[in-house]
Design a protein around this ligand. Structure first.
Ligand code: DAH
Length: 340
């Protein structure tokens, strides 16, 4: 019996060496340790052995069985490791490999402009505020000192939900919200979508984007506004850009002004896109916050003064990227967007 066990063990050792798949290993396990396996048969045959020999034979048989079990487990992990290595090798991704057809997304020119503008003003110490697109008539017009008969209030200009609620026609109501909530001193910008019932053409869209700025503190003057806007134009568009300030009217500022910049197309020489003037018109508006507006927000105009400004982000993006038609920015035409 001893010889038989050693014979089985040797045979098994030879066979397991050549078993290279999990299936082959399992077949060997069945052949030796299965119900009808060779080792099982020997263990079953113990009862025919004389009681004197039985303990020694029993423990030898168990030893051999354990050895076989261990060899099977070891071989299995060896084969699994080889399989895993093979799989990893096959699935390896070479990140240094060149590819020509990688399509990377990027920001929309409008979003990029908006974020760059907010960045610039944040660096100048402005805080970014946010306001709702659905606004009250009170915040959008009344508290901004708009006369009751101001044409922009008209149903044909502004989208009304009911007589008190509209889609905001400008970002200026966010000034009101910020002043009412935080009082003075304050230095804020906000940006977002605004809505007007405009005819659609190359420069008009019923939905467009504005950036609004407001500074209220003691001793704020028109000089601060002009310097802030000059700094903005030169930093954003380049040192060569000149500014021109023209008197204007807004209900919420007094005095009010509009800002033109050097025509980016001809650099000021005069061309068809600036009608020969050399100026890009009405890039932004601004002025000194009207005392009524300060008062409406609970700020004492005797103590505080402020300036405010507003600009069309779509216009700025159009100037920046020389886009001729505002509609292109909302069409989501891939060919157009991929240029930026
Ligand atoms: N809200 C104005 C508009 O939509 C833009 C504007 C002008 C905002 C002057 C201001 C400002 O804050 O001071 O045309």
């Amino acid at each position: 019996m001893k010889e038989k066990l050693f014979g089985i063990r040797n045979d098994f050792k030879n066979l397991i060496k050549d078993a290279n798949t999990i299936k082959e290993i399992d077949d060997l396990r069945v052949k030796y340790l299965g119900k009808k396996g060779e080792i099982t048969a020997i263990l079953k045959g113990m009862r025919d052995i004389s009681p004197e020999e039985r303990p020694a034979m029993g423990s030898l048989a168990n030893e051999v069985r354990e050895e076989i079990e261990n060899l099977i487990e070891n071989k299995k992990s060896e084969v699994n490791k080889i399989l895993l290595d093979k799989k990893l090798l096959n699935e390896r991704i070479d990140v240094t490999l060149k590819t020509d057809n990688l399509i990377l997304g990027h920001r929309h020119p409008l979003k990029k402009t908006l974020e760059d503008l907010e960045d610039l003003f944040t660096h100048m110490g402005f805080t970014v505020y946010d306001g709702p697109e659905i606004e009250t008539v009170e915040n959008n017009f009344d508290l901004l000192n708009a006369p009751k008969d101001h044409p922009s209030r008209d149903m044909s200009d502004t989208f009304y939900f009911d007589k008190n609620t509209i889609l905001r026609s400008q970002t200026s109501p966010v000034q009101i919200r910020a002043m009412k909530e935080y009082g003075a001193p304050i230095r804020m910008v906000c940006s977002g979508r605004v809505f007007r019932s405009d005819e659609v053409d190359a420069t008009h869209s019923p939905m467009f984007h504005q950036l609004e700025g407001l500074v209220v503190d003691e001793n704020i003057s028109l000089a601060n506004l002009i310097e802030t806007l000059n700094y903005f134009v030169k930093t954003f568009f380049g040192e060569d850009m000149k500014t021109r300030f023209r008197p204007h009217y807004f209900p919420f500022t007094e005095p009010s002004l509009e800002v033109d910049t050097t025509c980016p197309n001809c650099g000021g020489k005069g061309c068809s896109s600036c009608s020969g003037t050399g100026w890009s018109m009405e890039l932004l508006g601004g002025g000194m916050v009207h005392p009524n507006v300060l008062r409406n927000c609970g700020i004492d105009p005797e103590k505080y003064s402020g300036f405010a400004f507003g600009m069309g982000i779509d216009r700025i993006a159009m100037v920046r990227y020389q886009i001729k038609d505002i509609r292109m920015m909302f069409d989501n035409n891939k060919k157009f967007l991929e240029q930026f």
